[in-house]
Design a protein around this ligand. Structure first.
Ligand code: 6GU
Length: 243
Protein backbone atom coordinates (compact mmCIF):
# COMPACT_ATOMS: atom_id res chain seq x y z
CA UNK A 1 0.00 0.00 0.00
CA UNK A 2 1.28 3.43 -1.00
CA UNK A 3 0.59 6.75 0.72
CA UNK A 4 1.40 10.12 -0.81
CA UNK A 5 1.20 13.16 1.46
CA UNK A 6 1.06 16.70 0.12
CA UNK A 7 1.93 19.28 2.75
CA UNK A 8 3.78 22.53 3.31
CA UNK A 9 5.57 20.89 6.25
CA UNK A 10 6.92 17.47 5.24
CA UNK A 11 9.39 17.53 8.16
CA UNK A 12 6.49 17.07 10.59
CA UNK A 13 6.25 13.45 9.42
CA UNK A 14 9.87 12.39 9.74
CA UNK A 15 9.90 11.28 13.40
CA UNK A 16 6.65 9.42 13.03
CA UNK A 17 7.77 7.55 9.92
CA UNK A 18 11.12 6.44 11.33
CA UNK A 19 9.88 4.79 14.54
CA UNK A 20 8.13 1.63 15.61
CA UNK A 21 5.34 0.10 13.55
CA UNK A 22 5.54 2.50 10.61
CA UNK A 23 9.28 2.04 10.26
CA UNK A 24 8.87 -1.74 10.40
CA UNK A 25 6.10 -1.75 7.78
CA UNK A 26 8.18 0.45 5.49
CA UNK A 27 11.38 -1.60 6.01
CA UNK A 28 9.48 -4.79 5.21
CA UNK A 29 8.15 -3.27 1.99
CA UNK A 30 4.53 -3.58 3.12
CA UNK A 31 3.88 0.13 2.76
CA UNK A 32 5.55 3.27 1.47
CA UNK A 33 4.98 6.90 2.37
CA UNK A 34 5.99 9.58 -0.12
CA UNK A 35 6.13 13.19 1.09
CA UNK A 36 5.64 16.09 -1.31
CA UNK A 37 6.10 19.77 -0.51
CA UNK A 38 3.29 21.81 -2.10
CA UNK A 39 5.70 24.75 -2.26
CA UNK A 40 7.66 22.91 -4.97
CA UNK A 41 4.74 23.71 -7.31
CA UNK A 42 4.62 27.40 -6.41
CA UNK A 43 5.70 30.01 -8.94
CA UNK A 44 8.04 32.99 -8.83
CA UNK A 45 11.07 33.69 -6.75
CA UNK A 46 8.97 33.93 -3.56
CA UNK A 47 7.32 30.53 -4.12
CA UNK A 48 4.06 31.94 -2.78
CA UNK A 49 1.45 29.34 -1.75
CA UNK A 50 -1.07 31.43 0.21
CA UNK A 51 -2.90 34.72 -0.18
CA UNK A 52 -5.64 36.88 1.41
CA UNK A 53 -9.29 35.92 0.79
CA UNK A 54 -11.21 38.03 -1.73
CA UNK A 55 -13.97 39.90 0.11
CA UNK A 56 -11.87 40.15 3.24
CA UNK A 57 -11.78 38.10 6.39
CA UNK A 58 -9.16 36.64 8.69
CA UNK A 59 -6.16 34.59 7.74
CA UNK A 60 -4.72 33.30 4.53
CA UNK A 61 -5.92 30.71 2.02
CA UNK A 62 -3.86 28.14 0.16
CA UNK A 63 -3.90 29.18 -3.50
CA UNK A 64 -5.54 26.88 -6.03
CA UNK A 65 -2.60 26.82 -8.49
CA UNK A 66 0.17 25.20 -6.44
CA UNK A 67 -2.22 22.76 -4.76
CA UNK A 68 -4.03 21.60 -7.90
CA UNK A 69 -0.81 21.24 -9.85
CA UNK A 70 0.90 19.39 -7.01
CA UNK A 71 -1.96 16.89 -6.70
CA UNK A 72 -2.18 16.35 -10.45
CA UNK A 73 1.57 15.77 -10.75
CA UNK A 74 1.65 13.36 -7.82
CA UNK A 75 -1.40 11.41 -8.96
CA UNK A 76 0.02 11.13 -12.50
CA UNK A 77 3.25 9.49 -11.29
CA UNK A 78 3.68 6.79 -13.88
CA UNK A 79 4.44 3.88 -11.57
CA UNK A 80 1.18 3.95 -9.58
CA UNK A 81 -2.59 4.29 -10.14
CA UNK A 82 -4.04 7.72 -9.17
CA UNK A 83 -5.49 6.33 -5.94
CA UNK A 84 -8.08 7.89 -3.66
CA UNK A 85 -7.65 11.60 -2.97
CA UNK A 86 -8.39 12.59 0.64
CA UNK A 87 -8.47 16.19 1.79
CA UNK A 88 -7.96 16.77 5.52
CA UNK A 89 -10.75 19.07 6.66
CA UNK A 90 -12.64 19.63 9.92
CA UNK A 91 -15.77 19.73 7.73
CA UNK A 92 -15.22 16.28 6.25
CA UNK A 93 -16.61 12.83 6.87
CA UNK A 94 -15.62 11.63 10.32
CA UNK A 95 -12.88 8.98 10.39
CA UNK A 96 -13.96 5.85 12.23
CA UNK A 97 -12.82 2.24 12.26
CA UNK A 98 -15.11 1.21 9.40
CA UNK A 99 -13.75 4.01 7.19
CA UNK A 100 -10.20 2.96 8.13
CA UNK A 101 -11.06 -0.60 7.09
CA UNK A 102 -12.51 0.62 3.81
CA UNK A 103 -9.43 2.77 3.10
CA UNK A 104 -7.11 -0.16 3.86
CA UNK A 105 -8.47 -2.00 0.81
CA UNK A 106 -7.12 0.74 -1.47
CA UNK A 107 -3.63 0.30 -2.90
CA UNK A 108 -2.93 4.04 -2.95
CA UNK A 109 -4.10 6.97 -0.83
CA UNK A 110 -3.17 10.58 -1.61
CA UNK A 111 -3.54 12.81 1.45
CA UNK A 112 -3.78 16.56 1.03
CA UNK A 113 -2.97 18.67 4.11
CA UNK A 114 -3.99 22.29 4.47
CA UNK A 115 -2.84 25.00 6.84
CA UNK A 116 -3.97 28.51 7.62
CA UNK A 117 -7.68 29.12 7.10
CA UNK A 118 -8.17 26.52 4.39
CA UNK A 119 -8.09 26.19 0.61
CA UNK A 120 -9.36 28.26 -2.29
CA UNK A 121 -12.71 26.62 -3.18
CA UNK A 122 -11.44 25.78 -6.67
CA UNK A 123 -9.15 23.13 -5.14
CA UNK A 124 -12.28 21.23 -4.11
CA UNK A 125 -14.24 22.05 -7.27
CA UNK A 126 -11.46 20.88 -9.60
CA UNK A 127 -10.06 17.90 -7.70
CA UNK A 128 -13.27 16.58 -6.08
CA UNK A 129 -11.41 15.07 -3.10
CA UNK A 130 -13.08 13.11 -0.33
CA UNK A 131 -12.98 15.42 2.69
CA UNK A 132 -12.11 13.67 5.95
CA UNK A 133 -12.10 14.94 9.53
CA UNK A 134 -10.63 13.09 12.49
CA UNK A 135 -13.03 14.60 15.03
CA UNK A 136 -14.98 17.61 16.15
CA UNK A 137 -12.19 19.98 17.09
CA UNK A 138 -9.99 22.30 15.07
CA UNK A 139 -6.37 21.43 14.33
CA UNK A 140 -3.80 23.94 13.12
CA UNK A 141 -3.35 21.92 9.97
CA UNK A 142 -4.07 18.61 8.30
CA UNK A 143 -0.74 16.95 9.11
CA UNK A 144 -1.77 15.36 12.40
CA UNK A 145 -5.00 14.19 10.75
CA UNK A 146 -3.02 12.65 7.88
CA UNK A 147 -0.78 10.82 10.36
CA UNK A 148 -3.89 9.59 12.15
CA UNK A 149 -5.31 8.21 8.91
CA UNK A 150 -2.01 6.54 7.98
CA UNK A 151 -1.70 5.09 11.48
CA UNK A 152 -5.22 3.67 11.60
CA UNK A 153 -5.05 2.30 8.04
CA UNK A 154 -1.55 0.84 7.92
CA UNK A 155 -2.14 -1.47 10.87
CA UNK A 156 -4.97 -3.07 8.87
CA UNK A 157 -2.70 -3.88 5.94
CA UNK A 158 -2.05 -7.65 5.95
CA UNK A 159 1.31 -8.53 7.48
CA UNK A 160 1.95 -5.19 9.20
CA UNK A 161 1.03 -6.29 12.71
CA UNK A 162 2.66 -9.67 12.29
CA UNK A 163 -0.03 -11.23 14.43
CA UNK A 164 -3.29 -10.84 12.51
CA UNK A 165 -5.44 -11.74 15.51
CA UNK A 166 -4.40 -8.47 17.13
CA UNK A 167 -6.64 -6.49 14.75
CA UNK A 168 -9.71 -8.53 15.38
CA UNK A 169 -9.19 -8.21 19.12
CA UNK A 170 -9.35 -4.40 18.98
CA UNK A 171 -12.49 -3.12 20.60
CA UNK A 172 -13.78 -1.30 17.52
CA UNK A 173 -13.32 -4.36 15.30
CA UNK A 174 -14.89 -7.02 17.49
CA UNK A 175 -18.42 -8.00 16.52
CA UNK A 176 -19.87 -7.35 19.98
CA UNK A 177 -18.26 -3.90 20.10
CA UNK A 178 -17.49 -4.22 23.79
CA UNK A 179 -14.58 -2.38 25.34
CA UNK A 180 -11.38 -4.29 25.94
CA UNK A 181 -10.80 -6.28 29.13
CA UNK A 182 -8.17 -5.16 31.62
CA UNK A 183 -4.66 -6.50 31.06
CA UNK A 184 -1.67 -6.76 33.39
CA UNK A 185 2.03 -7.50 33.07
CA UNK A 186 4.81 -7.82 35.69
CA UNK A 187 5.09 -7.08 38.55
CA UNK A 188 2.27 -9.07 40.17
CA UNK A 189 1.80 -6.35 42.75
CA UNK A 190 2.33 -2.62 42.30
CA UNK A 191 1.52 -0.03 45.00
CA UNK A 192 -0.78 -2.44 46.71
CA UNK A 193 -2.69 -3.35 43.54
CA UNK A 194 -2.53 -7.04 42.61
CA UNK A 195 -3.08 -8.83 39.34
CA UNK A 196 -6.34 -10.84 39.56
CA UNK A 197 -5.49 -14.42 40.63
CA UNK A 198 -7.38 -16.00 37.76
CA UNK A 199 -4.90 -14.51 35.26
CA UNK A 200 -2.07 -16.35 37.02
CA UNK A 201 -3.98 -19.62 37.23
CA UNK A 202 -3.07 -21.05 33.83
CA UNK A 203 -6.72 -22.10 33.48
CA UNK A 204 -7.49 -20.81 30.01
CA UNK A 205 -11.25 -21.37 29.94
CA UNK A 206 -11.50 -19.50 33.25
CA UNK A 207 -9.26 -16.72 31.98
CA UNK A 208 -11.41 -16.36 28.86
CA UNK A 209 -14.57 -16.23 30.99
CA UNK A 210 -13.05 -13.60 33.30
CA UNK A 211 -12.01 -11.46 30.33
CA UNK A 212 -15.44 -11.66 28.74
CA UNK A 213 -17.09 -10.66 32.02
CA UNK A 214 -14.60 -7.83 32.59
CA UNK A 215 -15.19 -6.47 29.06
CA UNK A 216 -18.96 -6.60 29.62
CA UNK A 217 -18.62 -4.86 32.99
CA UNK A 218 -16.51 -2.08 31.50
CA UNK A 219 -18.85 -1.62 28.58
CA UNK A 220 -21.89 -1.33 30.83
CA UNK A 221 -20.03 1.14 33.05
CA UNK A 222 -19.01 3.23 30.02
CA UNK A 223 -22.59 3.34 28.76
CA UNK A 224 -23.75 4.53 32.19
CA UNK A 225 -20.94 7.10 32.19
CA UNK A 226 -22.00 8.44 28.80
CA UNK A 227 -25.51 8.87 30.15
CA UNK A 228 -24.55 10.49 33.44
CA UNK A 229 -21.18 12.08 32.71
CA UNK A 230 -20.20 11.09 36.24
CA UNK A 231 -17.67 8.30 35.82
CA UNK A 232 -14.07 8.03 34.72
CA UNK A 233 -12.69 6.02 31.82
CA UNK A 234 -12.45 2.81 33.85
CA UNK A 235 -16.12 3.11 34.67
CA UNK A 236 -15.33 3.78 38.30
CA UNK A 237 -17.04 6.59 40.17
CA UNK A 238 -15.01 9.78 39.83
CA UNK A 239 -13.74 11.25 43.10
CA UNK A 240 -15.70 14.40 44.00
CA UNK A 241 -13.74 17.52 43.10
CA UNK A 242 -12.36 19.33 46.16
CA UNK A 243 -14.78 21.99 47.41
CL1 6GU B 1 -8.68 16.77 8.96
N1 6GU B 1 -8.06 19.23 9.67
C1 6GU B 1 -8.09 20.27 10.50
N2 6GU B 1 -7.45 21.38 10.18
N3 6GU B 1 -8.75 20.25 11.66
C2 6GU B 1 -9.37 19.13 11.97
C3 6GU B 1 -9.37 18.00 11.15
C4 6GU B 1 -8.69 18.09 9.99
N4 6GU B 1 -10.09 17.03 11.73
C5 6GU B 1 -10.51 17.54 12.86
N5 6GU B 1 -10.10 18.81 13.02
Amino acid sequence: MRFDVLTLFPEIFSGYLTQSLLKLAIDRGLTSVHLHNIRDWAEGKHKQVDDKPFGGGPGMLLMAGPVVEAVEAVQAAADAPPGRLLLMSPQGRRLDQSLAEELSTSNRLVLLCGRYEGFDQRVVDLLRPEEISIGDYVLNGGEVAAMTIIDSVVRLVPGVLGDETSNQEDSFSRAGRTLEYAQYTRPREYRGLSVPDVLLSGNHPEIAAWREADAARRTAARLRAMDSGLQDSAGEPRPKPEA
